[in-house]
Design a protein around this ligand. Sequence first.
Ligand SMILES: [Mn+2]
Length: 310
Amino acid sequence: MIDQILEEIRRYETIIIHRHVRPDPDALGSQGGLASLIRDNFPGKRVYIVGEETEDLRFLVRMDEIADSAYAGALVIVCDTANQERVSDSRYSCGARIIKIDHHPLVDSYGEPQWVETSASSTSEMITSIYRNHPELVLTGQAARLLFAGIVGDTGRFQFSNVTEETFLSAAELMKKPFDRQKFFDTLYQRKLAVVRLNGYVLQHFTLTDEGVGFIKLPLDLIHSFHLQSSDASTLVNCFSTTEGLKAWVLFSEEEGLIRARIRSKGPEINQLAARYHGGGHPLASGATVYSWDEADGLIADLKVLCSRT
Ligand SMILES: [Mn+2]
């Protein structure tokens, strides 16, 4: 599959790389890392990365602004995005061909070829494997930093169950390249004071049920009282994950007109449940959307049923 993808990359002059909306380090790391890998090994090709930026992760990589006309005859590669709805920048379908590179369970078939490896910790680990299979390729410190960021992000610093021997071998390979790892970690995990205060609120106020379900509801007015946006709350999803007796948990943060549910688990598989609430994701880490606090209570009730079975 890797050779097939390299072959396609060789065939196109313009390559535009997309990833999912509300990007995380793996989305940006796989997107930016792949772009670097192509630019550094196939000089002369036009390689662009597109999608909305988020303030917190701008330090990783910046996006390109391109005209619609750039898509004419272009190869589009979509990284880390299971379904087409979640692709950032709807122009992804305007190229000559789409390739999907992803590690989420296959929910939406798009692209040809589709390279999907659910056993990979991250899409960044998959991109790293291109280099590991072709050590003759140039991999710069900047590319290594992005791919390392993606692996670190999706594995919670190498502690989640998605970590395999391949994950460490990939990270070891990336660490051979020159980038400032300490500065990277310091910047990635630095938080605004207001977020640290909200973290304190969540720790004080989350509920733990007898079934082992943890949840916290963050209405918009509460988030605003901390001078934060709903998206700022997303970084707090794991802040009470070490609580004894916790099996699965959800952080609800309200936005204009909807409530985002970030669901995590230590055992019970929660992606089917997320799919019933307009979402999806991995067996132990998913996202969903509900449209009222009543619906949020429904999700919690379903999660309790799931947890009482295990
Ligand atoms: Mn990912």
